[in-house]
Write a protein that binds this ligand. Structure first.
Ligand code: UT7
Length: 328
């Protein structure tokens, strides 16, 4: 038995901020951002909305497409680094409340941009164990709320959005389902991508913290090197241990952090770029939401068909990494 993705949905905020707009407030340019990252614009959450609102919209679409009702869900897992509240309560509990479901288990996970990949595997394991029948797995970020808009090193990179999947059991060994997942972390690199203030190590004491410590900080070059390395590891590991070659894979859906990271993986692994599904130009880096948003875009463009073999590849804060091999 495995767990299959019964449906996927996404929510993208309407408001678009172009590179040109950013260049009016920080010392950057459309040319620099496009050539260094592949990003053309990003979608930013409306002022009167929050993370759980986007998550709920994505979830509602996925629930509808799965042909179930919200009450059928018995586990909600939300991967986010920019939840409604700092540390607690979980955004998953707010989502549960807004969906009008009662008693369902609900939890957030913190695995940075790899969050959705981790969450899929956690939900799959619980379905296989028999403790969950239908899981709602969400990757969502309102990164604009924790971005330092004065810091050109980071503010050009991120965007907001949500993606959601409904998972259920499938007894057919050759049917749709998550075939395998490969998860890992290099905790020694935890300082390279972080939001410093607010935890037990650097608690909020008014007047004692630096403003920039409230926002995302990243050692871009260090994370870039890590990302290129683990992308290769993830793809090679999932192929090797499932006796597959890259020709067996329909599409690779990588975390959309930087087109150059994807191009480097393509070059190192000798895989044509067309094999990778890339939408970074439109959405920028939406962290834990990037892979489900990409899957949703593939589906809506008719590029995702039953029986396709999909390989996801994620990496991010932690430093975490991981991938899922999915028969659609
Ligand atoms: O999703 C989580 C995982 N995150 C990632 O995977 C991100 C990984 N890192 C990256 O994608 C890249 O390292 C960045 C996009 C963050 C930076 O690209 P880079 O090619 O590594 O640039 P750099 O940091 O080496 O900086 C090159 C130059 C510097 O100027 P100098 O020192 O050469 O004079 C920067 O100050 O570009 C400058 N720079 C900018 N210039 C214009 C940095 N940001 C900007 C900017 N506009 N926005």
């Amino acid at each position: 038995m495995t767990a299959e993705i019964l449906a996927i949905g996404a929510h993208i905020p309407e408001r678009v901020v172009t590179n040109e707009e950013l260049a009016k407030t920080v010392d950057t340019s459309d040319e620099w951002i496009r050539s260094h990252t592949g990003i053309g614009k990003r979608h930013i959450i409306a002022d009167d909305k929050t993370t759980s609102d986007m998550a709920v919209e994505a979830a509602k679409t996925a629930i509808k497409r799965a042909g179930i009702v919200a009450e059928d869900i018995d586990f909600i897992i939300v991967a986010t680094a920019s939840g409604d509240y700092h540390t607690f309560p979980s955004t998953a509990c707010v989502v549960q409340s807004k969906l009008g479901i009662r008693h369902t288990a609900a939890v957030d996970i913190s695995a940075g941009c790899t969050g959705f990949v981790y969450a899929l595997e956690m939900a799959r394991s619980m379905i296989i164990a028999g403790s969950v029948k239908k899981a709602l797995v969400i990757g969502v970020e309102a990164l604009s709320r924790i971005t330092n808009w004065k810091d050109r090193d980071t503010c050009v990179l991120f965007g907001d959005g949500a993606g959601a999947a409904i998972l259920g059991a499938n007894d057919d060994p050759n049917g749709s389902g998550i075939i395998d997942s490969f998860l890992g972390a290099e905790g020694d690199g935890y300082e390279h991508l972080m939001r410093k203030a607010g935890g037990a190590k650097h608690p909020f004491h008014i007047g004692e913290y630096k403003e920039e410590d409230l926002y995302i900080s990243m050692n871009g070059r260090r994370v870039y090197g890590f990302a290129v390395k683990v992308n290769e590891t993830i793809i090679n590991t999932l192929l090797k241990r499932n006796n597959l070659t890259v020709d067996d894979i329909t599409r690779i859906v990588p975390h959309q952090a930087n087109i150059r990271i994807i191009q480097a993986a393509a070059k190192r692994l000798n895989i044509p770029m067309e094999k990778f599904f890339v939408i970074i130009e439109e959405f920028a880096n939406t962290s834990a939401a990037s892979i489900p948003i990409a899957l949703n875009a593939m589906q809506e463009r008719g590029e995702l068909k039953k029986g396709d073999l999909i390989l996801t590849s994620g990496f991010g804060a932690g430093l975490t990494y991981g991938g899922n091999l999915i028969r659609w």
